[in-house]
Design a binder for this molecule. Structure first.
Ligand SMILES: [Zn+2]
Ligand SMILES: [Zn+2]
Length: 338
């Protein structure tokens, strides 16, 4: 089969490799579509703990081609999405039900074969049947599951005023979920007009178009959006400059959320006095954890909208172009269609 294979950071090839064979508890999937996201850019640079050789791709939808000998309840022809993670169940973190910190975490597309390939094997117990969902919607399950986990972490009180920085797929999904879960006035701030339009169409109460060359004006617009300060500011960009600004924008007792993935070497300076005096809370949210089923519910009911989210489609051979696109502002969501 054809696959994107990394041998080292920044060094990948589109290669022919052996098609995997499903183990007794696995299914073999023909990949229908796989989402490319910012994490794949970090993986490209060797960040986020990749093991080589690596086939990336952690957001995939496939059609079952074959089921392992011990698999029941799934059959060839069904369309599924896959929770790409597997935990050991035995380490200190698993024993505390912190499955996303499993010390022996296996994450397909990060340290195990992922979905930028024609075929992939996945544990049957990690598959969710999505015959009722269009592929274009189902492919967004994993990022939506990450957002649901974020909501588990934040648990915003009803009546909260929340700002989300970033209007990429994650920012747009977060803004919608926050508006459905306690966020009573949700502001989305980002530099790209067409993404803000989507944010507004999907329920953001306020949108602020940021102009990178005019930080003073941005700060003014954001302060005007919530003169008393936001209860929560969520950074869905991974940019330290946003986090610096977030501290100024939250009200006393407020919460700053680092949701976007910053470069591993980035640092963020916070005044401990300010955290103490203003009782600030800083919350991180990493990946997803027991949230696939709830993400699917939100996509099925249409509570979370995704029409028009996918702006770019590429073949496996065009993987380099897909990575370039993901870094550009004209791209909202890029997918690989093997
Ligand atoms: Zn992702
Ligand atoms: Zn574990």
């Amino acid at each position: 089969m054809k696959a994107v294979v990394y041998e080292a950071p920044r060094s990948f090839e589109i290669k022919t490799v052996d098609t995997p064979r499903p183990g007794p508890h696995e299914v073999l999937l023909r990949v229908l579509m796989a989402g490319v996201c910012g994490t794949d850019l970090h993986l490209h640079d060797g960040e986020f703990g990749p093991t080589y050789p690596l086939i990336p791709g952690h957001e995939f939808v496939g059609e079952i081609e074959e089921v392992g000998s011990a698999v029941s309840g799934l059959s060839p022809g069904q369309r599924v999405v896959v929770d790409n993670t597997r935990q050991c169940g035995e380490c200190v973190n698993c024993r505390r039900r912190r499955a996303n910190f499993c010390l022996n975490l296996v994450a397909q597309g990060v340290n195990a074969p992922g979905g930028f390939a024609e075929y992939i094997c996945a544990p049957a117990g990690r598959c969710f049947v999505v015959d009722d969902l269009p592929v274009e919607v189902a492919v967004l399950t994993e990022p939506t599951a990450c957002v649901v986990h974020g909501l588990d972490r934040l648990n915003p009180a009803p009546g909260s005023e929340i700002a989300v920085f970033g209007a990429g797929p994650t920012g747009l999904l977060l803004a919608q979920f926050l508006a459905a879960s306690g966020g009573t006035r949700v502001t989305v701030a980002a530099p790209t007009a067409f993404k803000l339009k989507l944010a507004a169409a999907w329920g953001a109460d306020v949108t602020v178009e940021l102009d990178r060359s005019r930080p003073e004006r941005n700060a003014e617009l954001l302060r005007a959006a919530s003169p008393d300060g936001f209860d929560m500011v969520v950074d869905a960009t991974g940019a330290t400059a946003v986090l610096d600004q977030a501290i100024e924008l939250i009200r006393d007792g407020g919460t700053v959320v680092t949701y976007g993935m910053a470069p591993e070497a980035a640092t963020w300076t916070i005044s401990p006095y300010e955290v103490f005096r203003r009782e600030l809370t800083i919350v991180g949210s990493f990946a997803q954890c027991y949230s696939f089923d709830r993400a699917l519910l939100a996509l099925r009911t249409g509570r979370i909208k995704t029409d028009g989210m996918i702006t770019h489609r590429f073949t496996l051979d065009e993987y380099a172009d897909a990575l370039t696109a993901v870094a550009e502002s004209s791209c909202l969501k890029a997918v690989i269609v093997p």
